[in-house]
Design a protein around this ligand. Structure first.
Ligand SMILES: Nc1nc2c(ncn2[C@@H]2O[C@H](COP(=O)(O)OP(=O)(O)OP(=O)(O)O)[C@@H](O)[C@H]2O)c(=O)[nH]1
Ligand SMILES: [Mg+2]
Length: 394
């Protein structure tokens, strides 16, 4: 699937004994392809702690260089975050550009952002990333120029100017972002109706949220085997037919939002920047937490999504777990029942298995949603009723 113009790249993973270490470098490979690189070789090693200068030992660094040359790679990509110094030293040692997962994610977000707000958010995150790198580079320069008590070396003026320029850009971008945010909030308030029921799709990147969204609302949101195919939130009306024979089903529309995918170790600037995008999720009445049930690493991915939901204050919203990609599950791992419950952070959470792509289980999902929305409508009218009673009673 990688195009001929893609940059040949070596992927490097360093096992520091952390639980989510990905020995196959599967996710890094997908990220690399999404960013327009072509992974031509992979290498992993084990270390108790990163080397301060090169992250890996110098013997390993030589090995990486040999591997890169043998496969015609022109760039090296680390799965772990490199400090600015490690990155610089590695580039010198390997004589080619070296990047890490953080930069890769920033790159992809920059390529994918479509809306005005999304672009501003990415711009802000990049400036912040850049400013930490530059500051460290500056202090390195300052040490060289301003040694032995001499203040004001030749580069200092330029450094001061650059620093001020980046600081100004950050400030300006933040102000523009603030303005766009206010506009969006006003729009949302206008959209909100008292009886609206909002459902948000959340889940790890590539779980199949957009595919499920499309299958449910027959829209055409961009779904692709890439990470972060979706960056902006899309909202559509979803009509839920009255499913129950007694007429207790929904028979009404709810709004359904497709959101950005989650990923572990999202660069810090992006976590903050994308809270606005995830705001839809915070405002929802129900979260459809979509899981790639065919990925053996799904428990880690669920945990990561839960962590972010907690961070943005969406962890108390009721959830339905949608285990997707039923068609791709090993025969031996296929569930006997397509509807059960799953213990999520100690809470018994309803779970439904579907194949958004092939349609299996989708009718079941629609029925579940219709019943859930109907139940909420009944509770709501009871609440109105009891409030009225309350007003009269005393
Ligand atoms: N086999 C199988 N593949 C699926 C299914 N649903 C989605 N996919 C594939 O999984 C990949 C990711 O799907 P998307 O719908 O883009 O996933 P997403 O969660 O929206 O991803 P991001 O927007 O990148 O966070 C695509 O290649 C889909 O075709 C399914 O039920 N079965
Ligand atoms: Mg998507």
């Amino acid at each position: 699937m990688s195009d001929p113009g893609a940059t040949p790249t070596v992927l490097v993973g360093v096992d520091l004994g952390l639980p989510h270490f990905d020995a196959e470098l599967e996710e890094l490979g997908l990220l690399a392809q999404t960013a327009g690189m072509h992974p031509v070789a992979r290498i992993v090693c084990k270390r108790r702690a990163p080397d301060a200068a090169l992250f890996v030992g110098s013997g390993k660094a030589d090995e990486i260089r040999q591997l890169a040359l043998a496969h015609g790679a022109v760039e090296v990509l680390f799965d772990q975050s490199l400090s600015p110094a490690q990155q610089r030293n590695l580039e010198r040692h390997l004589e080619m550009p070296v990047n890490d997962r953080t930069l890769l994610i920033l790159e992809i977000f920059a390529q994918r952002a479509r809306s005005h707000e999304g672009k501003l958010q990415v711009e802000l995150a990049r400036l912040q990333y850049l400013s930490t790198r530059l500051v460290r580079r500056w202090s390195h320069l300052e040490r060289q120029t301003g040694g032995a008590g001499v203040r004001g070396g030749p580069g200092e003026k330029q450094i001061e100017l650059d620093r001020r320029m980046i600081g100004d850009s950050i400030k300006r971008t933040k102000e523009r972002l603030q303005k766009v945010k206010r506009q969006r909030q006003t729009q949302r308030r206008q959209r909100e109706r008292r009886d609206a029921f909002n459902i948000s799709l959340v889940g790890y990147t590539n779980a199949g949220k957009s595919t499920l969204f499309n299958a449910l609302v027959k829209a055409r949101a961009y779904a692709a085997d890439q990470l972060f195919a979706t960056l902006d939130t899309t909202t559509r009306q979803l009509y839920l037919a009255d499913e129950s024979s007694a007429g207790g089903g929904a028979g009404r529309s709810v709004s359904l939002s497709d959101t950005v995918g989650f990923i572990r170790d999202l660069p810090h600037g992006l976590v903050n920047a994308f809270q606005a995008t995830l705001q839809e999720a915070v405002d929802a009445d129900l979260l459809l937490h979509v899981v790639d049930g065919a990925n053996p690493g799904y428990p880690e991915q669920i945990a990561e999504v839960q962590r972010v939901l907690h961070e943005i204050g969406a962890d108390t919203i009721p959830q339905l777990l949608v285990f997707n990609k039923l068609d791709a599950m090993d025969e031996s791992r296929r569930p006997v029942r397509l509807e059960d419950s799953y213990e999520l952070d100690g809470v018994d959470t309803p779970r439904i298995f579907v194949s958004a792509r092939q349609g299996e289980g989708m009718q079941n999902l629609r029925r579940w949603l219709a019943q859930r929305v109907a139940a909420r409508d009944i509770t709501d009218s009871n609440e109105v009723f009891s409030t009225q009673n309350h007003e009269v009673a005393p």
